[in-house]
Design a protein around this ligand. Sequence first.
Ligand code: AMP
Length: 147
Amino acid sequence: MTITSMYKKILVAVDVSSEAHQVMQQARGLAKCFDATLQLIHVIEPVALNSPYELTPDLPIEMQHVQVERAKAFLAKLAMDFDLPDIRQEVRLGSTKRNILETAETEKIDVIVMGTHGRHGIGLLLGSTATSVLHGTPCDVYTVRIK
Ligand code: AMP
């Protein structure tokens, strides 16, 4: 295998924050180097609205719908901002780690690109999402140092 054929399919995991642009910038650079395809994923984790003691773990369906539509619009704009309007974009509901890893597996992804940190602060070397993806990844993971 030559170095340029190492990565053919790149999965870019983004949260819906301004850091997503830094992640995408690097991912696009990698895609150019390796002549690879890019695809975007964002995962929405259901959160409890009520007391943790009540058995209502999911957002009401209408709110979920609004969140999904907002996330889809965010991904579409991100792709447009990088002149890549046709790349595959996916919004999934559930565990962020599980959905990223499942997608990597089923789509036969060669490398996942994600930020070292996103919305969860820069207190640690790696944020919780990157750390959790590293535990169980079926492929390489490229972490983008968020400035
Ligand atoms: P965090 O560990 O949450 O600070 O996030 C680190 C990186 O994980 C972010 O820069 C994104 O690349 C990715 N990420 C975080 N949250 C999500 C999410 N909900 N969906 C997809 N990727 C995410």
